[in-house]
Design a protein around this ligand. Structure first.
Ligand SMILES: *Cc1c(COP(=O)(O)O)cnc(C)c1O
Length: 482
């Protein structure tokens, strides 16, 4: 039902509802008695200007990628082209009901079908499901596929998932949620998986390994083929966390490296608003052996008609309602079409170039525990910068200079970690300005450490007690004029 807003009315009335177009009496015959409202809905009385100002004020308290540099490692906070948004709001997509008859949703189905094809090509794998709605959700779906695979083969003793000590926290969580136990595999002194430690961990109770490639230190696993061969030889499967795909699109493919399941973070790599800014999409690509177990429904093309196939007897079932976050898929499709295969490859080349440029400059000022060529991100350490200064102080001071802090205290293998991912959409001028700010903060840390302890002083809130903020969040902002 549409609401007609009228700004001319008295201050406390923001909306006029259209005339009732159903009988006022007798609704109880149409609606289950339990669902009929007996008390008026407690909505605040607000004028339209009050509502507009409230939300505008809220938006100014936030920091987004459209405000400034956002080098949040692991999160790929690249610029989101506005063309993607224009495509996603086309009424044929945004107004489409998920229960529409397939005859009336052929365009949407075609988009899903073709996007699936693009993603299959980028991953170099047999098939793709668009249904999971986040990277972590793709991981969970992938772990269900592993489980199904071993159930069908009758290998019930395979209950362990191996995880490098650099793994993203969602990896062990997903494995555990799916009923596996987790065995950590140590990294070597170069930050890569230690092959001897891997050999040690492998046996016939191992279901597989979850790998982030390149890993969360931004380092490519140069022994990746040996790793996947060893796991396969031991009868296990290989899960690739694709959150870092931004560093190798069009250069190499997880399928060629031995992945059995690979998740995309469309909201990261294919540039759609995420974090506080929007929903995610975590499609999974699978190798031949797992195609039959993919979630339902599958989109198929038969006799020039797109259709939804629910009849997949070996499927693990649905992992989300309908088809996942369809409008994220629309944005990703638009992004891929804009760039083409050459453009996608350039995305990765420039993401890697930008990261190495910053790494080389910043290592003169900050400790770089794992030196050498990085991929799309790198990890500094705030340790030893200045007496009594922590990485948290550095991060908070960066806010005063108008940049979003990098990811801090992750990965866990680096003390006082500062994880920087500039992405390909930032100019050399922006990178230089950021490096300069990092250098200024390092100087301040030595000469006037109190500035860092007090930071931020130029943000909408001062330094928060993080424990209290999580335990007793204050989510209410006073309304304009209150
Ligand atoms: C972001 C990320 C994830 C989780 O993805 P979500 O979409 O946030 O659920 C998993 N692994 C790595 C390495 C990531 O960077």
């Amino acid at each position: 039902m549409s609401t007609i807003f009228d700004c001319r009315c008295s201050e406390k009335v923001g909306g006029l509802f259209p005339e009732l177009d159903v009988p006022a009496q007798g609704v109880e015959r149409l609606i289950d008695a339990a669902h009929v409202r007996t008390q008026p809905l407690r909505l605040p009385d607000l004028s339209e200007p009050q509502v507009a100002r409230h939300y505008t004020k809220l938006s100014k308290l936030n920091f987004g990628v459209d405000d400034g540099f956002y080098p949040l490692g692991s999160c790929t906070m690249k610029y989101n082209p506005k063309l993607n948004e224009a495509m996603a709001v086309l009424p044929g997509f945004s107004g489409l009901h998920p229960r529409s008859d397939v005859s009336r949703s052929q365009g949407a189905l075609q988009l899903m079908f073709e996007l699936t094809g693009f993603l299959r090509g980028i991953a170099g794998m047999a098939d793709v499901s668009l249904q999971p709605v986040a990277g972590a959700h793709g991981e969970l779906a992938g772990m269900f596929l592993f489980k199904k695979y071993f159930q069908v083969r009758g290998e019930h003793e395979r209950k362990r998932i191996l995880l490098p000590d650099t793994a993203h926290g969602t990896n062990p969580a997903s494995a555990a949620l799916a009923g596996f136990s987790v065995t950590e595999v140590a990294s070597d002194e170069t930050g890569r998986i230690d092959l001897a430690a891997l050999d040690e961990a492998l046996d016939d109770t191992v279901a597989g390994i979850m790998l982030t490639v390149p890993n969360t230190l931004g380092i490519f696993e140069s022994d990746i083929l040996q790793v996947t061969e060893k796991v396969h030889a031991a009868g296990g499967l290989c899960y690739f966390d694709g959150a870092n795909l931004n560093s190798y699109m069009g250069k190499t493919r997880p399928g060629d490296m031995g992945a059995d399941v690979f998740h995309f973070n469309l909201h990261k790599t294919m540039s759609t608003p995420h974090g506080g800014g929007g929903p995610g999409s975590g499609p999974i690509a699978v190798s031949d052996a797992l195609v039959d177990y993919l979630p339902v429904p599958r989109v198929r093309l038969e006799n020039e008609q797109y259709k939804l196939d629910w009849n997949c007897p070996h499927s693990i079932g649905s992992v989300h309602s309908f088809y996942g976050n369809f409008l994220v898929a629309v944005r990703a499709f638009a992004y891929i079409l804009q760039l083409g295969d050459v453009g996608l490859r350039e995305v990765s080349e420039n993401a890697v170039l930008n990261a190495n440029y910053l790494q080389q400059r910043l290592k003169k000022t900050y400790a770089l525990p794992y030196d050498g060529l990085c991929k799309h991100e790198f990890v500094l350490s705030g340790k030893g910068l200045a007496e009594g200064i922590s990485t948290l102080d550095i991060a908070k001071r960066l806010i005063d200079y108008g940049v979003h802090p990098p990811t801090i205290y992750f990965p866990l293998t680096v003390k006082e970690a500062i994880m920087i991912e500039p992405t390909e959409t930032e100019s050399k001028a922006t990178l230089d300005r950021f490096a300069e700010i990092m250098e200024i903060v390092a100087r301040e840390a030595k000469e006037n450490p109190q500035l860092l302890h007090d930071a931020p002083v130029r943000a909408s809130v001062r330094r928060l007690d993080q424990t209290q903020a999580a335990k007793n969040p204050v989510l209410k902002v006073p309304l304009d004029g209150e």
